[in-house]
Design a protein around this ligand. Structure first.
Ligand SMILES: [Zn+2]
Length: 440
């Protein structure tokens, strides 16, 4: 044997021996001062979680779990509170708008100027920021080019990049023009890169089939954009076709007509619904249709808009007043929805690059708006965990229980007293792997 070959053989043997001597512990016990049972709203003191292969295999006293798994690695989070990973039911990871550019121009620039590949890479960054802030699952609702969302979801599943668990819709179904502002005839071909226009029930059925062929987990419909509203029979065809294969439908709908068309067709969630009449709320409660309130505090609306620093003081004041009125109107309709018994799931609809915030951090701002509407911290946490899991049909997520996915977050402070502690997540475990730990 040549000396070089011998050296390589020795190196190989040495590597094998060292691998055999230090097996990676495949079990982990996560220990914290207390754990929140999101179903009952009760803290469980002195409990720990045993994690194996990405699953929670036991919840119990630390000493008991150590007896069960003496070789498990231990992560001690000391005085922190453990919660299940958060679920954002309305994301757009593949776009990041510039607040200095208007909404219509942002869309035109993004769709015509960025390739789907480029948007998927942007989505990888946004997704990582979501996870780092504690959002371990998202339902990504379009504005992702042609199947860019599928590419990102699959890359995350394959472990190519770190990102949240994703359910994706591919291109949203819409009336003519999608959500674009006015485009000249020659430029309108760009619409098909972002939306599938469905003008009648047959086109709607074809579009639903195509979405599933393209890799969609669910269907997103833009029920209205200005005066362009999907017709009731077309909406019914969409829901029928998706439900026939046990997939869900998320409906962007705002105002009396659009929310009624969506609710009567039997969609699974109404997104935004900034204006919803009481009779539609009644239908939603009766049919268990979720409202996903994508509401923000006034100062976040301001941060998502063009800077007003150069404007005269009286114009700045008018703007602030406008954002305050929008927020108040949102509060009023969320109060009516909760009182009517409509189930609520958290959704951020965040797609702006807000200075000083990661995507994940700004995505949690709706919690403050929900709290201002009168939802209790527990109701908000449930909207972002078990209720969101119900809407996404991911019942293996959303709470810390045996046999559920090991998506855990930890915070300092008491989230049942102050919901804003969730804006400062200190520890994140995703599928049993630690993504972040500031509590060492
Ligand atoms: Zn949206």
């Amino acid at each position: 044997m040549k000396p070089l070959h011998l050296a390589l053989l020795i190196l190989l043997l040495a590597t094998c021996v060292s691998l055999a001597q230090t097996p990676a512990p495949d079990m982990t016990i996560v220990k914290a001062a207390r754990l929140l049972d999101v179903k009952t709203g009760k803290y469980m003191e002195g409990q720990a979680v045993l994690v194996r292969g990405g699953l929670i295999t036991a919840v119990g006293a630390f000493s008991e779990l150590q007896k069960q798994a003496p070789d498990a690695a231990v992560i001690d989070l000391h005085n922190a509170t453990l919660l299940p990973g958060l679920i954002d039911c309305h994301t757009h990871l593949l776009q990041n708008y510039d607040p200095e550019v208007g909404e219509d121009d942002n869309m035109a620039l993004t769709v015509s100027g960025m390739s789907t590949a480029s948007r998927a890479l942007l989505g990888a960054k946004m997704g990582k920021e979501d996870v780092e802030a504690g959002i371990t699952t998202v339902r990504d609702l379009g504005n992702s080019g042609v199947t860019g969302d599928v590419a990102l979801r699959n890359a995350i599943r394959a472990g190519w990049v770190v990102g949240p668990r994703m359910a994706v819709s591919t291109r949203a179904l819409s009336a003519a023009g999608g959500q674009f502002g006015s485009l000249q005839t020659g430029a309108q071909s760009v619409v098909a890169q972002e939306y599938v226009v469905v003008g009648n029930p047959n086109a709607a059925r074809d579009a639903v089939q195509q979405a599933f062929y393209d890799g969609a987990d669910l269907i997103k419909v833009i029920v209205n954009t200005g005066p362009r509203v999907i017709a009731p029979d077309t909406m019914k065809a969409i829901v029928e076709e998706a439900h026939r294969v046990h997939r869900k439908v998320a409906a962007h709908a705002i105002g009396d007509d659009a929310t009624r068309i969506a609710a009567e067709a039997g969609v699974d969630s109404i997104e935004h619904g900034y204006v919803i009449p009481d009779d539609v709320l009644k239908i939603m409660a009766a049919k268990h249709i979720y409202l996903v309130p994508t509401d923000y505090p006034p100062e976040t609306y301001a941060a998502m808009s063009k800077s007003s620093a150069a404007l005269p003081p009286e114009v700045q004041k008018q703007r602030q007043e406008r954002f305050r009125r929008i927020a108040e109107s949102n509060h009023e309709r969320l109060r009516r929805a909760v009182a009517a018994g409509v189930p609520i799931a958290f959704g951020s609809d965040e797609y702006y690059d807000i200075p000083g915030f990661t995507r994940g951090q700004s995505s949690l701002k709706p919690f403050e708006s929900y709290a201002q509407s009168g939802m209790t911290p527990l109701e908000i946490i449930q909207a972002a965990t078990i209720h969101a899991a119900d809407l996404l049909a991911v019942n293996h997520l959303g709470s810390i229980e045996k046999d559920k996915g090991a998506d855990l977050i930890a915070v300092e402070g008491d989230p049942l007293k102050d919901i804003t502690v969730l804006e400062r997540v200190r520890f994140v475990m995703l599928k049993g792997k630690v993504v972040r730990n500031d509590l060492k």
